[in-house]
Structure formats: C-alpha cells, structure tokens
Design a protein around this ligand. Sequence first.
Ligand code: FAD
Length: 85
Amino acid sequence: MLLQHSESPKKEKSSSPVTKEELGRATWTFLHTLGAQYPDKPTRQQRKDVKELMAILSRMYPCNECADHFKEVLRYLVYELSREQ
Ligand SMILES: Cc1cc2nc3c(=O)[nH]c(=O)nc-3n(C[C@H](O)[C@H](O)[C@H](O)COP(=O)(O)OP(=O)(O)OC[C@H]3O[C@@H](n4cnc5c(N)ncnc54)[C@H](O)[C@@H]3O)c2cc1C
C-alpha cells in the first residue's frame, strides 16, 4: 500500500504523496472526463485502448484495496455486457 490514511492522527513526513481519498477524487475526475468525451460509436482501436487502460489501471492503481475493488467492478461490468450481447 503506497497511500497514507487521511484519518492519520498526526501529520508525519511520508513517502506517500496523497491520501486514498485525494487519489480517488482525481481518478474519478479523470474517468468521468474520459467517459464524457468517449464517442458513441468508438472505433475498434478506441475500444481496445479503453479496455487496456481499465485493465492496467486495475493492476497498477496505487492503493491495493481500491485496485481489488476496481477489479471486482470490471468483472461485473464484463459479465453484464456479455449478457447484453
Ligand atoms: C477505481 C477506484 C476504486 C476505489 N476503491 C475504493 C475502495 O475500495 N475503498 C475506498 O475506501 N475507497 C476507494 N476509492 C476511493 C473512493 O471511491 C472515493 O474517491 C474517495 O473515498 C473520496 O470520496 P468522495 O466522497 O470525495 O467522493 P468522490 O471521489 O468525489 O466521488 C464522487 C463520484 O465518484 C464516483 N464514485 C465514487 N466512489 C465510487 C465507487 N466506490 N464506485 C463507483 N463510483 C464511485 C461516483 O460517480 C461519485 O458520484 C476508489 C477510487 C477509485 C477511482
């Protein structure tokens, strides 16, 4: 785990630059912005790119708990999408 907890009782010097909450807010902003500009009819390359980005994010997200949570969400979405097709 690379993050510090925001509930930490005293401010100690940490190698961790941001809290889980700060990282979460920044990442949600990024993901919502990406979603807003994503085309209604994506090309094959755009579909491939977004799939890879999500897979990499779920592996490299610098908060282990959040990365595990994200993997669960992605598994659920893949399952739901496969049922729709
Ligand atoms: C991929 C990812 C996984 C995360 N997993 C965890 C975790 O397992 N445990 C943890 O304590 N924190 C997790 N976080 C951080 C958490 O989601 C919040 O960003 C953080 O707690 C700050 O909360 P906030 O109330 O300021 O809301 P913001 O971060 O400002 O969130 C506001 C908006 O972000 C979206 N959002 C926020 N949380 C979720 C969620 N869990 N699922 C789907 N959409 C959401 C919604 O669109 C919501 O309206 C995760 C963040 C990301 C990006």
